[in-house]
Design a binder for this molecule. Structure first.
Ligand code: UCC
Length: 622
């Protein structure tokens, strides 16, 4: 055997569904048997394709990165984004497989979204980052659907409203098509040179009405500005934020000082391929995601259809962003699953110190850690998808709505950070080979690093969690009530003979449930402090700790619940290991202790960050 046999042998199949027992087990708990029996053959087939042909397309898309051809041979400006045949084939595959459509066809009712996300999870690590345009496309489709629902409630629709409805229906039809020739992808143009976190503060793009007497939603505007990060600049449409201005330069009535408006932007070119109303200034030179044509765009009078009321662009686009955040979580779990599967495969081929790694205790422990953290992220992602599906089919209670709003940013921030840690550990498992390009391993780490950055950084999402807690006091109460009830149910099921499965060894699950119970008061105190003063400096300095504490606790609940349902030893060990590793820090925190800790933390953060001391001279730009 060669010292690194995996180089000579075909690589492990990675996400092949038949190997992913944990995914199937999670689905079995959440989806009724008849619906799952109907969906599984498609998932099985797709899992195989993903692990074979689609993976090759993804690798080709990485090798043949997109380029920008700004001029044709005769000197005419064309700004052509040249993508590889593999990238274009990935788009066709996405349409045929219904990777967006499945969520909207609702073939499996409230479970349609969940089953779509399961498919996206299989696709992610092999997709050559085509899952990024799919995320935005899915978000845009959801936005169109919601806007159409709102329109539908208005019986006395004006001519303009009817035209808006027709445009939204047309976009929706293309975004959710299974026909590769009809399928459109959408961009999401939020970020400008002022940055992508404080979107309102950073947006300078202006929107001028084509006809100043027509400014209601459904009216056409012209956009002027500069979009700094437009992922997948090859989409057919985009959703864009801009400030409405009248011809005299004042903000339009209804548009508040900070308010932005949302526009649907058809991305069109003339018969010679020249862009209409925009220029592609350059493609971004990035650490990873090199398959993805991320561009800077100058908007020079680009036509755009107003789709939100004036000044209500951020809450409108939030529906899109929540979907892209769910995709981000699925992508994170997918990368984790890929590196774990590869490491498991490698451990069966690589011998060192006289035996295969798979037989060595420390290697086993590392593999177990990779599996545990992958399972944690997958369970959390599927829970969010399940709730999203309920919401979309009108089956979500108020309680489920609160949980979804809270868990979406939590899942995004938690799984993204986990993905970087897990992929880094997984790469290390291969030793020096993990650092060598031809193994296809470094690309996983490069690409995973984008996950905590785009769609809101960890800090921005932690602040979003505070926004939810502050905006609706029921959110915190619901979270605690759900955790408490679900732990009690898991504990009871563990007591009464270990669910439907085989093992019977339920003592570790009981202990896990007890650890979860013990951590509730501490998390409760943290929540109480945040709800009482969500915008205070103390809440902000603690925001990330709070977010991770909530996520760790909830993952523990999900794993315990699943173990109680299945009765499988493996699932019980996942739950108990998670609780031992991740909940120990919680303890019983009193609110006075937390207050004292936050004050100390504010002081420490100020001193260690250097905020109190002046810099000797201005730093270079970076
Ligand atoms: O565009 C990007 C690149 C695209 C690539 C995507 C690929 C994904 C692929 C994944 C799979 C591989 S990246 C863009 C990155 N930027 C962001 O994600 C934005 C980060 N910033 C935020 O999230 C901010 O928190 C903002 C912009 C959403 C909010 O900032 P503000 O100005 O402080 O806003 P407010 O005043 O707090 O909120 C405005 C309104 C409120 O509603 P009203 O006015 O009714 O009270 C909020 O409750 O918006 C509502 N809102 C939300 N509602 C804000 N966020 C949400 C939300 N998530 N859900 C529901």
């Amino acid at each position: 055997m060669a010292p690194h046999g995996f180089l000579q042998d075909p690589p492990a199949l990675g996400n092949q569904l038949t190997e992913d027992d944990f995914l199937v087990s999670l689905l079995r708990r959440l989806v009724p048997a008849d619906a799952l029996d109907d969906a599984l053959p498609d998932l099985e087939h797709f899992g195989w394709e993903v692990a074979t042909t689609i993976k090759q397309l993804g690798q080709q898309a990485e090798r043949e990165a997109p380029t920008l051809q700004q001029y044709d041979a005769w000197g005419a400006r064309t700004d052509t984004v040249v993508t590889s045949p593999a990238w274009r084939e990935l788009k066709a595959v996405s349409a045929r497989e219904g990777l967006v459509a499945a969520a909207y066809e609702r073939r499996h009712g409230v479970h349609s979204r969940l089953l779509q996300v399961a498919k996206l999870y299989c696709f992610g690590a092999s997709s050559g980052l085509f899952n990024c345009p799919l995320a935005m496309t899915d978000g845009a489709a959801r936005l169109c659907e919601l806007l159409l629902e709102k329109q539908g409630q208005d019986a006395a629709a004006t001519q303009q409203q009817q035209e808006l409805a027709a445009a939204l229906q047309d976009a929706f039809r293309h975004l959710t098509s299974r026909d590769a020739k009809l399928f459109w992808t959408s961009g999401q143009w939020m970020t400008e040179r002022g940055g992508g976190s404080d979107v309102v503060g950073g947006t300078e793009t202006e929107a001028l009405a084509e006809d100043p007497s027509h400014t209601a939603p459904g009216s056409w505007f012209r956009l002027h500005g500069y979009k700094w990060f437009t992922s997948a600049a090859d989409g057919e449409i985009s959703m864009a934020l801009a400030r409405e201005r009248s011809a005299s330069g004042t903000a339009n009535s209804g548009s508040t000082g900070r308010g932005l408006t949302l526009f649907l932007v058809p991305v069109t070119r003339d018969a010679d391929g020249r862009p209409q109303g925009f220029e592609v200034v350059r493609l971004k030179d990035k650490l990873g995601t090199r398959q993805l044509p991320t561009a800077e765009l100058r908007l020079a009078g680009m036509r755009a259809l107003k789709v939100s009321p004036a000044g209500r662009g951020v809450p409108a686009i939030a529906a899109m962003v929540n979907i892209t955040r769910l995709h981000n979580s699925a992508a994170a779990a997918s990368f984790m699953r890929r590196i774990t599967a590869l490491a498991q495969d490698y451990a069966r081929r690589r011998a060192a110190f006289g035996s295969l790694l798979i037989h060595q205790p420390l290697a086993q422990r590392t593999l177990g850690w990779l599996h545990l953290h992958t399972a944690a992220s997958l369970a959390l992602t599927l829970e969010v998808a399940h709730l999203q599906g309920l919401l979309e089919c009108g089956g979500a209670s108020a309680e489920a709505g609160h949980m979804l709003r809270l868990l979406t940013p939590l899942a995004k921030l938690f799984t993204a950070k986990e993905a970087v840690a897990v992929v880094s550990e997984g790469i290390e498992f291969f030793g020096g080979q993990g650092y060598i390009e031809g193994t296809h391993l470094p690309i996983i780490l490069r690409d995973a690093q984008v996950l905590p950055i785009w769609e809101g950084t960890t800090s921005v999402l932690s602040l979003d969690v505070l926004r939810v807690l502050g905006g609706s006091p029921q959110a915190a109460a619901t979270f605690l009530r759900q955790c408490s009830a679900r732990i009690a149910a898991a504990s009871k099921a563990a007591q009464t003979a270990g669910g439907s499965g085989s093992s019977g060894a339920q003592a570790p699950l009981q202990q896990a449930c007890m650890a979860l119970q013990r951590s509730l008061p501490g998390v409760g105190s943290r929540l109480e402090a945040a709800v009482a003063a969500p915008t205070s400096p103390a809440a902000q300095v603690e925001a990330r700790q709070l977010a991770f504490a909530l996520a760790r606790l909830f993952v523990g609940v999900l794993l315990a619940e699943h173990a109680a349902w299945s009765g499988e030893e493996e699932h019980t060990l996942l739950a108990s290991e998670w609780c031992q590793e991740c909940l120990a820090a919680e303890g019983a925190a009193t609110s006075s202790r937390l207050q004292a800790e936050a004050q100390a933390q504010l002081h420490t953060a100020r001193v260690l960050s250097g905020a109190d001391s002046a810099l000797p001279q201005p730093r270079a730009r970076y």
